[in-house]
Design a protein around this ligand. Structure first.
Ligand SMILES: [Zn+2]
Ligand SMILES: [Zn+2]
Length: 259
């Protein structure tokens, strides 16, 4: 299993995941052209993609979904509420494959478990994606952590988790008050210290790599993300990298036998 965060942040999110013969995008929240450019940067031909799976209908997660689906005849996996809420942006899809939040479904050689997260969207989800050897957990855009999320992500070898903002920067930053309240609410985005505590609570001997994602350009700074992580895990930190908005992240490989 290999994965790479192509972009992450409030201006667009997309993650590439490859397992055996299956090549999936988790969200496509940049223009189709930009996603193709970022795939090319990791030597992936977009025509070789198998499907797109969608977390929720916010623009920064779906704005390239429709065009890529039509251009490369990609099935799009999304729950019904997300499809309805995002319909204007998605427009006609090559193929819609509905899933039900909480129900595991299979696609080619992977099984995908969508689980409920806490966000102000119609039916937002995170994913746990397994290929028989490894599993990747994907969880961004959540205002709080639930027992369910902890349970779903507790055995993953790879994790992509939100570390959205520093509460002090958010408070003193330029966002209007209504937006500050939205971001820090239970259905907004996760602050650094809660993300760091969540990672600490998920640590296990087979956890190989954590990517911290959806980091705010306005209300956060990489130094503060690292400070929160070090604060929560002073001596026993797993491999962690930070995803960013402008650049393709590192390609992380989970290799059979190495864990
Ligand atoms: Zn988002
Ligand atoms: Zn969102």
């Amino acid at each position: 299993m290999r994965f790479c965060v192509l972009a992450s942040g409030s201006k667009g999110n997309s993650t590439y995941l490859e397992t055996g013969s299956t090549r999936i995008l988790i969200d496509a929240g940049l223009s189709g052209k930009e996603i193709e450019r970022r795939l090319a940067a990791i030597q992936i031909d977009p025509a070789s993609l198998s499907a797109i799976i969608v977390t929720h209908e916010h623009h920064d997660h779906i704005c390239g979904v429709g065009v890529l689906s039509r251009r490369f005849q990609l099935p799009v996996f999304a729950n019904e509420a997300t499809l309805l809420a995002g319909g204007k942006t998605l427009q006609k899809l090559s193929q819609w494959q509905p899933f039900v939040t909480g129900d595991i479904f299979s696609f080619q050689d992977v099984s995908i478990h969508p689980f409920l997260i806490s966000h102000d969207a119609a039916d937002p989800v995170g994913f746990c994606i397994e290929d028989g050897n490894h599993s990747l957990g994907y969880c961004t855009d959540t205002g709080k952590i639930s027992h369910l999320m902890h349970h779903r992500l507790s055995r993953c070898q790879g994790l992509i988790l939100e570390s959205n903002h520093d509460p002090v920067m958010l408070q003193s930053g330029p966002y209007p008050e209504y937006l500050k309240q939205r971001v820090r609410s239970n259905v907004g985005h996760l602050p650094n210290h809660e993300a760091a505590q969540f990672i600490d609570s998920l640590k296990h001997e087979h956890l190989r790599h954590v990517v911290l994602a959806h980091i705010s350009d306005t209300n956060n700074h990489p130094d503060l993300v690292w400070a929160a992580v070090r604060g929560a895990m002073p001596d026993n930190m797993p491999n962690i990298s930070l995803a960013c908005q402008e650049q393709v992240g590192e390609v992380v490989s989970l290799v059979v036998g190495e864990d």
